[in-house]
Design a binder for this molecule. Structure first.
Ligand code: TXA
Ligand code: MG
Length: 363
C-alpha cells in the first residue's frame, strides 16, 4: 500500500515531526554516519513488523536498535555477562560511531521480540550524527533501523537513495546529507565468552585488537553461506548475495576488450591492462565503458565512502550504455592484510558478486 513520504530536514521543528511519527508507530528513514536506516519504534512489534514488510526482509533476520547515548544502549543489556566490561570499554572508545554490539538481552529489556527476531541477544548502537541522536532523545525509545533499502539491494547513502528504494512505503525521510562513512557498522558479538567479529565495517579488527586482547582476541568466524538457509543463524557475514546491483558483478580477471562491454569499478592509480587512461573519479571511456574509481590515490577510507554510490552509478550507466556486466579488476589489491579497511571493501564486493536467487538475502 502506497503512502505519502514526507522529506524532512534536521531543524528542531522537523525533528519533532519525525519523533511524533516514530512514536505513533510510523516508519521514518534516519541519517547515520554509515548508511541511512529505516527506523521504527524498537519497543513495538507492530511498528517493527512494518520494517520487514517495507523492505521485503526475511523475518528471522533481527534488527539493530539505535540509542542517543551509551547509557541508554547498555541499559538494555543484562547487568552481568562475561564481556560486559569489554562492552563498556568499546562504548567509551567508539560511541557515538560505526560499531554495533550484540549483547545478552536484559530480562526487562524494552526491545520487542520482532526487533530481535526472538533471540536472547540484542544488537545495539549509538550513531554519530548529532541530529540523529537528538531525534533519538526526542523519541525517548530505542529505534530499530536496518539499512533503508529493499532487502538484498545496495544500502542508501543519501535521502534520494532512500526515495529510490522505498518511496511510498514509509512516512518520512530525515535528510541529513550524505552519509560520510558509506559502509554499514562493524558488528561485534559480545554475548559469548570471547569477542567475535560478525560483520566487518569501518571500525577494523586492527582498531578493536587492543581492547579485545585481554579477552582472548577478536575471532573471525568463517563465512558459512548455508547458515541462513536454515533460518536459524542470524549473524550477518553469513549470508551470500547482498548489496547487489542488477548487472552481474565479476571480481578480478582481465577486462574483456573485444566482446561484452563491461562497466568498470577501479581502485588506485594503475590502469587495467590494455585500457586507455581513466583519469579522475568517474567517467565513460572512448570505448563507451562507464568507469568509477573508488579512490585514484588508493585511499581505503575514500573507497568505502564511494563504494555504494559507485555500484549504483555503474549499474544505471552500465545498463544505459549496453554493458553486460560490472567488473572490479583490482579486487586483489584491496584486502592484502585482512585486518584493515580492505576487509570491509572485499566483503561487500564479494557479496555484490555472489550468486543471486539461491539463498535468502538479508539486511
Ligand atoms: O550501519 C549500520 O549498522 C546500519 C545503520 C542504519 O545503523 N544498519 C544496518 O542494519 O546495517 P542491517 O539490518 O542492514 O544489518 C544489521 C545486521 C543484520 O544482518 C542482522 O543479522 C544483525 O545485524 N543482527 C541484528 N541483531 C543481531 C543479533 N542479536 N545477533 C546477531 N546479529 C544480529
Ligand atoms: Mg542492510
Amino acid at each position: 500500500m502506497s503512502q505519502q513520504t514526507r522529506l524532512l530536514q534536521t531543524d528542531n521543528a522537523s525533528l519533532h515531526v519525525a519523533a511524533a511519527l516514530l512514536q505513533a508507530g510510523q516508519l521514518v528513514a534516519i541519517p547515520t554516519e554509515t548508511v541511512y536506516g529505516l527506523g521504527a519504534d524498537a519497543t513495538s512489534d507492530q511498528a517493527c513488523a512494518g520494517i520487514y514488510t517495507a523492505k521485503g526482509r526475511p523475518s528471522h533476520n533481527p534488527l539493530i536498535s539505535h540509542f542517543p547515548h551509551a547509557t541508554a544502549a547498555l541499559a538494555e543489556a543484562r547487568d552481568h555477562f562475561p564481556l560486559r566490561r569489554l562492552a563498556e570499554q568499546l562504548a567509551r572508545q567508539f560511541w557515538p560511531g560505526p560499531l554495533t554490539m550484540v549483547v545478552p538481552r536484559h530480562p526487562q529489556s524494552n526491545i520487542c521480540q520482532r526487533a530481535s527476531a526472538g533471540l536472547p541477544t540484542i544488537a545495539v548502537r549509538v550513531p554519530a550524527p548529532p541530529a540523529t541522536r537528538q531525534l533519538l532523545a526526542l523519541v525517548g525509545r530505542p529505534i530499530a533501523a536496518p539499512s533503508a533499502n529493499r532487502s538484498g539491494r545496495i544500502s542508501p547513502l543519501c535521502a534520494q537513495d532512500v526515495q529510490a528504494e522505498l518511496q511510498g512505503r514509509l512516512a518520512a525521510i530525515v535528510d541529513g546529507g550524505p552519509a560520510p562513512v558509506g559502509v554499514e557498522s562493524t558488528i561485534i558479538d559480545l554475548s559469548g565468552d570471547h569477542p567475535l567479529l560478525l560483520r566487518p565495517g569501518f571500525i577494523t579488527p586492527a582498531d578493536l585488537e587492543e581492547a579485545c586482547a585481554t579477552y582472548g582476541g577478536l575471532a573471525h568466524p568463517a563465512p558459512a553461506a548455508s547458515a541462513s538457509d536454515k533460518g536459524t543463524l542470524t549473524a550477518p557475514g553469513q549470508l551470500t548475495s547482498h548489496y547487489a546491483p542488477t548487472l552481474p558483478v565479476v571480481l578480478g580477471g582481465q577486462v574483456n576488450l573485444q566482446g561484452t562491454l563491461e562497466a568498470l569499478l577501479l581502485f588506485g592509480p594503475d590502469e587495467p591492462d590494455g585500457l586507455g587512461v581513466h583519469a579522475g573519479l568517474q567517467g565513460v571511456d572512448q570505448q563507451g565503458r562507464p568507469w568509477w574509481n573508488l579512490s585514484p590515490k588508493a585511499d581505503r577510507a575514500q573507497a568505502c565512502s564511494r563504494l555504494y554510490a559507485g555500484l549504483r552509478w555503474l549499474d544505471v550507466e552500465g545498463r544505459r550504455l549496453g554493458c553486460g556486466l560490472m567488473r572490479a579488476p583490482a579486487l586483489n589489491v584491496l584486502d592484502p592484510d585482512k585486518t584493515g579497511l580492505g576487509l570491509v571493501l572485499a566483503d561487500r564486493l564479494r557479496r555484490a558478486a555472489a550468486p543471486r536467487g539461491t539463498t535468502p538475502t538479508s539486511r
